[in-house]
Design a protein around this ligand. Sequence first.
Ligand SMILES: O=C(O)CCC(=O)C(=O)O
Ligand SMILES: [Fe+2]
Length: 365
Amino acid sequence: MASSNFDDTSRLFNFVVQDGNGIKGLVDLGLTEVPKPYIQPPQERIDESSHHLQHQPPIDLSLLDGPDRDRVAQQIVSAAETLGFFQVVNHGVPLELLESLKESAHAFFGQPPEKKAVYRKDVSPSPLVTYGTSFVPEKEKALEWKDYVSMKYTNDTDALQYWPNECRKVALEYVKTSTNMVRKLMEILMGHLGAKLDDSMIDTLIGSKMVNMNFYPSCPNPKLTVGVGRHSDMGTLTVLLQDGIGGLYVKVEEDVDFATKGEWVEIPPLPGALVINVGDTLQILSNGKYKSAEHRVRTTSASSRVSIPVFTMPKLTVKIAPLPEMIEKHGMARYREVVFADYMRNFFGNAHEGKKSLDFAVIKV
Ligand SMILES: O=C(O)CCC(=O)C(=O)O
Ligand SMILES: [Fe+2]
């Protein structure tokens, strides 16, 4: 039994974080109990039995090209204004690609620790690729039960040269096909706010992309841990592929006219579907009209889970601020102008704490 070797928290931290074994490395030693640094305070634990499933059917994006366009566009707008989360099918990302992505995530994380650890922050051969565990381990009161590899997209040549061999081709195709879809969604969402989306605005809003592969090993006691703690994503729109295990929850805000307001609902895995969620940047741009959704992930004892998000966001030098159309409509700006690089530095400088990331830009009244 491994845990007795890790009674000392700093030894455990070194093994998992510094040496790059990840939580997977620890679980592979044969854990039977959750080590102390992973035990969440009671208020952060996820009680599976008290949750509702989100029953909204997925939105069929192929209908955007036909006579039902307005109705489907309205579904997208309503979802962004309420839950900030929705699922899509016929999204243009090939179904075989979704399968290959999940397989390559398992292939990457199934490697021996030393193969993954080469991509640790500070030692990675490329600034585009980072392998790590939890979110910001140095700042967290309790660690998250997750390893990840993060791949920044600059151009195709760099991706094919620097991203890990096990996943570079599929991850690149995923970024490209999902970006096409995000563009269509943004046309609808920005159009509804009265802004016309031309190429320069697209470059401003989603000029930067990053694809992550998340790996959540099975956990001896899911009641005590979280896969990812409460947070919102910082970018514009996130596209997420989840496997069939389940465990992704979204908080319904209090001011939403839903029976489940104020509660956590589970976004169920649907074969062939992708999950879309609004990030902080889009909430700021829309002056709060679109909801950046607070979400979190449960662990499971049955098997490991993978998820693969593409984060679309502005480039680092872009200044983000509410659209003038929205300030006029609301009679006030709810957020100040921030340089995206500063927003990002603040986001990654703190442990997950719900939608607190937005405080960086909120104008307090
Ligand atoms: O694993 C999931 O379903 C969600 C992951 C997530 O929220 C994230 O990577 O930001
Ligand atoms: Fe997220």
